[in-house]
Design a protein around this ligand. Structure first.
Ligand code: ACO
Length: 332
């Protein structure tokens, strides 16, 4: 299909809750140590939402910043897609509809997209199709997570990994040659059992026992997810680059999903990228699931580390299991 229009990021913002939980704080909750968490994951601290905050609250704050950055009124937005694994409600209404109401985006359609930690790239890819074909001009894509509320705080293997936060972009028309160049999406549902919330859905509705047994929290086989991630991060990146007619040497900045510094290092080695080209902020935020990439992009943009035309590679993996990669030429 030939593209009628080029689509790219024309506004960006993020928000993380104020409260910081350090590895030393975690030492008081479970049998762990700052040394173990730092060496095995690269994480030093993460932000944790207040009891009163839901995913839509973080999403709306990040979205307002993105709209302000784009100098755009919420009424100009025609579609809102929220990528989340920790929605306000199980299972409806969609968090995107809550955000639509919070923002007063009265002309926008809204839906959620659930693709694990790959959700932001999946959502950008969906939004890209609407803009390329001319159906919509301005789309708000938000990734928002309150992982702390679906975490089992007695499980040391998972509770040290995750953090809360949100990132948002306004996707709009940009000049040809800039914006989203390629994307590659994949999944392997046979690995769904390695990372899931066992109860609360139609498979195992909530009962007193499911609550007692903490089946509404993250259950993960860390080793299996790790093996999958190391395999797909490199493969997906190479696919997205290949579709764009690019090679790793063309990449100015690589933003990998921030799940574990050892997974990031493995992807960096596979792509033969130098450390300066790989953005890492996992030490300060932990794994904010689908929000890691837009939060990192927003930091880079506001640090003035992105120049118009820079080749940016985004790659993620997550529950599903899913994986996704995208190349773009920075368009702001
Ligand atoms: N503190 C101290 N010790 C710990 C902790 C902890 N927090 N967690 C596990 N250990 C112990 C284990 O019990 C084990 O002890 P043993 O040797 O006595 O049995 C030892 O440390 C080693 O455990 P491993 O599981 O082998 O540790 P590993 O090096 O694999 O690291 C980790 C575990 C960090 C979970 C890793 O497997 C990982 O990062 N996996 C990927 C997880 C991931 O990315 N998930 C997010 C997916 S994205 C999404 O969609 C939500």
């Amino acid at each position: 299909m030939s593209n009628l229009f080029s689509s790219g990021i024309i506004g960006i913002g993020s928000y993380v809750p104020e409260r910081v939980l350090t590895n030393h704080d975690l030492e008081k909750l479970v049998d762990t140590s700052d040394e173990w968490i730092t060496t095995r994951t690269g994480i030093k601290e993460r932000h944790i939402a207040a009891d009163t905050e839901a995913a839509s609250d973080l999403a709306s704050l990040a979205a307002r910043r993105a709209l302000e950055d784009a100098s755009m009124d919420p009424k100009d937005i025609e579609l809102i897609i929220v990528a989340t694994n920790s929605p306000d409600y199980m299972n409806f209404p969609a968090t995107a509809c809550v955000v639509q109401d919070n923002l007063g985006a009265v002309n926008a359609a809204a839906f959620d997209l659930e693709a694990g930690c790959s959700g932001f790239i999946y959502a950008l890819t969906v939004a890209d199709q609407f803009i390329k074909t001319g159906m919509y001009k301005n789309i708000l894509v938000v990734a928002s997570e309150i992982m702390s509320k679906i975490t089992n705080w007695d499980d040391r293997e998972t509770c040290v990994l995750f953090g809360d936060g949100a990132g948002a972009v306004v996707l709009g028309r940009v000049e040809e040659g800039l914006g989203i160049i390629s994307s590659f999406l994949g999944s392997d549902g046979s690995g769904g059992k390695y990372l899931l919330l066992p109860a609360g859905g139609s498979r195992k509705p909530a009962t007193i026992d499911t609550v007692k047994n903490k089946l509404h929290t993250i259950h993960m086989d860390g080793k299996e997810v790790f093996k999958f991630a190391v395999k797909v991060m490199g493969e997906a990146s190479l696919k997205a680059l290949d579709i764009a007619g690019l090679t790793p040497e063309d990449v100015d900045i690589f933003i990998p999903h921030q799940a574990n510094i050892r997974i990031i290092d493995a992807a960096m080695r596979r792509l033969n990228l130098s450390r300066e080209k790989v953005y890492v902020n996992i030490d300060r935020f932990g794994n904010t699931s689908s929000a890691t990439i837009p939060i990192a992009l927003d930091e880079l943009y506001h640090n003035s580390s992105l120049k118009k035309g820079d080749c940016v590679l985004l790659t993620a993996f997550g529950t599903g299991l899913t994986y996704a990669s995208m190349t773009l030429r920075w368009s702001k």
